[in-house]
Design a protein around this ligand. Structure first.
Ligand code: ADP
Ligand code: ADP
Length: 229
């Protein structure tokens, strides 16, 4: 589903590489935590999967395609199959929850009948039914992240990328978001999540890929991250 083949990423000539000869495979249906300190290269991996950045050397394959062979023109088509959520939600403050989700379908030209059935379905899936008309300032942090997840999932992507999705939430709210991501994964979506939240990684016991200075230093099934073993 996702392959990094000897990927090196240098943002600036002469700088320390953000990624240094990284090779990993993520299979369809996996749940992978990318862990490591700030600056270790987690977000860079997610940007390469989204084709927001290109490797300096090596190849990234996503959904069977070598991204170096996907033209800029076709990048948006590929991105439709990848959902993404972020620590800061990236929602539109002047739209309500329903509209924020609906926009993801409108921008790809989805017909109205699809919008009318699929937006309510995904809002229910994330547990926000009854809150469709709330603006972002009227929702808690956990609820805003649910809106962001609904927006990412409304296209039914095969892959969901999450960059520190619990970073702005307290532990209990973060765990409720993790239960939602786990449910999304169990229903067939491959999930790759960057985090440095040790308690979440240690409670979920998923595959853990640890980065340090742009290198993969550990790759464990049902792994932990720091603290208790
Ligand atoms: P993490 O997500 O683990 O915090 P990043 O992938 O954001 O790590 O960063 C890895 C390294 O690449 C850091 O040294 C960071 O400063 C650098 N970096 C990230 N993005 C850019 C950019 N757009 N331009 C220059 N350097 C960058
Ligand atoms: P969560 O733990 O899911 O993040 P909270 O405990 O923060 O939720 O919020 C509980 C309830 O309070 C939610 O149903 C939410 O709709 C409501 N709420 C939270 N913040 C606001 C706000 N700024 N304006 C209106 N309602 C809010």
């Amino acid at each position: 589903m996702i392959t990094f083949d000897k990927v090196t990423k240098l943002y600036q000539r002469g700088a320390h590489p953000a990624l240094d000869d990284v090779s990993i495979d993520v299979e369809r249906g996996e749940f992978v935590f990318l862990v490591g300190p700030s600056g270790s290269g987690k977000s860079t991996m997610l940007s390469l999967i989204l084709a927001e950045e290109r490797p300096t050397s090596g190849h990234v394959h996503v959904l069977g395609k070598d991204l170096s062979k996907v033209s800029q023109r076709r990048v948006p088509l590929l991105r439709r199959q990848i959902g993404a959520v972020f620590q800061d939600f990236r929602l539109l403050g002047d739209k309500n929850a329903y509209e924020n989700v609906m926009l993801a379908l409108q921008v790809i030209g989805a017909p109205r009948h699809r919008i009318k059935t699929e937006v309510p379905e995904v809002i229910e899936m994330v547990g926000l039914e009854g809150k469709e008309k709330r603006y972002m300032t009227e929702l808690s942090g956990g609820e805003r992240q649910r809106v962001a997840i609904a927006r990412a999932m409304v296209n039914r992507p095969q892959v969901l990328l999450a960059d520190e999705p619990t970073g702005n939430l307290d532990l209990e709210t973060g765990m409720s978001i993790m239960r939602l991501l786990d449910r999304i994964n169990r229903s067939g979506t491959t999930v790759v999540m960057a985090t440095h939240d040790q308690s979440i990684v240690n409670q979920l016991r998923k595959r853990v890929v640890e980065l340090k200075d742009g290198m993969v230093v550990r790759d464990e099934a049902r792994g932990v991250y720091g603290g208790e073993k």
